[in-house]
Write a protein that binds this ligand. Structure first.
Ligand SMILES: Nc1nc2c(c(=O)[nH]1)N[C@H]1C(S)=C(S)[C@@H](COP(=O)(O)O)O[C@H]1N2
Ligand SMILES: [Mo]
Length: 263
């Protein structure tokens, strides 16, 4: 369980205890204090509004992204960015129908693991019809099917130092003078544990096409499209990303986009 969830539980327990203490000591004054405009009632109402705002502030990132119905799917998911990785190791995997594919999960974990596609697709899955928003200004509604990332994290058991999840991708997105730039992304453990965060292997009822990130791509539905790494090669739990790539947490972040691309 993530630190965030643990501390949230503690927070709720404390809030509940504090609340019941108020009720016990305050119940005898409530009859007359319950009148509109009474200072005690005013104080309790503003405390309630404060709790609400505090909860929204603390828990907003755990809210679910809107899900749609099949009738809302109007067109195939528009492919964007890299749609055919130029890399030889990717080509040989694709030529074999990805039977040789392995997703390695390591870094700051107690139990590093490697998953093949047959294993990933046999784990409990989640399907969700969501809207993909690209920073370039287009959106697409599609049904994504995959394995919740939180289930995989439970198996590898992140250590207490782990704060971010790093996705390294197969595709070379840019050939620079200093070498090849591969796509990569990072998210924090709050988003990684979000119930709609999945590693998708299915799109609109079929297998995930190459142009949309086969064999496995991230869906992190509360953020913009560039966070959703396609062609995922490996996952690493890390404590900081300042020493990876350009140091800003992703290929596009290194080129000026926000690290937290919340929508
Ligand atoms: N590996 C990789 N992941 C990527 C990209 C990419 O070029 N390479 N492009 C990103 C961007 S900007 C968007 S909008 C989405 C596009 O996903 P789609 O092709 O399924 O529409 O993938 C994101 N993930
Ligand atoms: Mo995008």
């Amino acid at each position: 369980m993530s630190e965030m969830l643990l501390s949230r539980r503690r927070f709720l327990r404390r809030a509940a205890l504090a609340g019941s203490a108020v009720m016990v000591s305050g119940c005898d004054v409530l009859d007359e204090a319950g009148a509109v405009d009474h200072p005690v009632r005013d104080a309790m109402e503003s405390a309630n509004a404060l709790t609400y705002r505090l909860q929204r502030f603390l828990f907003g990132r755990n809210a679910l992204a809107r899900e749609y119905s099949r009738a809302d799917i109007q067109q195939p998911q528009r492919p964007n960015g890299v749609t055919a990785p130029p890399d030889a190791d990717y080509h040989s995997l694709a030529a074999d129908g990805f039977t040789g594919y392995r997703l390695d999960i390591g870094g700051l974990v107690e139990n590093p693991m490697s998953f093949d596609l047959a294993t990933l697709t046999s784990l409990p899955s989640r399907s969700q019809i969501t809207r993909h928003d690209c920073v370039e200004g287009w959106s697409c509604i599609a049904e994504w099917t995959g394995v919740p990332l939180t289930l995989l994290l439970d198996r590898v058991r992140p250590t207490a130092e782990a704060r971010y999840v790093l996705f390294r991708c197969y595709d070379t997105i840019e050939q620079g003078l200093s070498g090849a730039f591969k796509y990569y992304e990072t998210i924090d453990l709050i988003d990684a544990r979000h119930p709609q965060t999945i590693l998708a292997y299915g799109l609109n009822g079929g297998p995930l096409p190459v142009e949309n990130g086969a064999p496995l791509r991230l869906r992190v539905e509360r953020q913009l499209g560039y966070k959703m790494a396609k062609y995922v090669r490996s996952i690493e739990l890390i404590s900081r990303f300042s020493d990876i790539g350009g140091g800003r947490g992703g290929y596009w972040e290194d080129r000026g986009y926000d690290w937290y691309a919340g929508i």
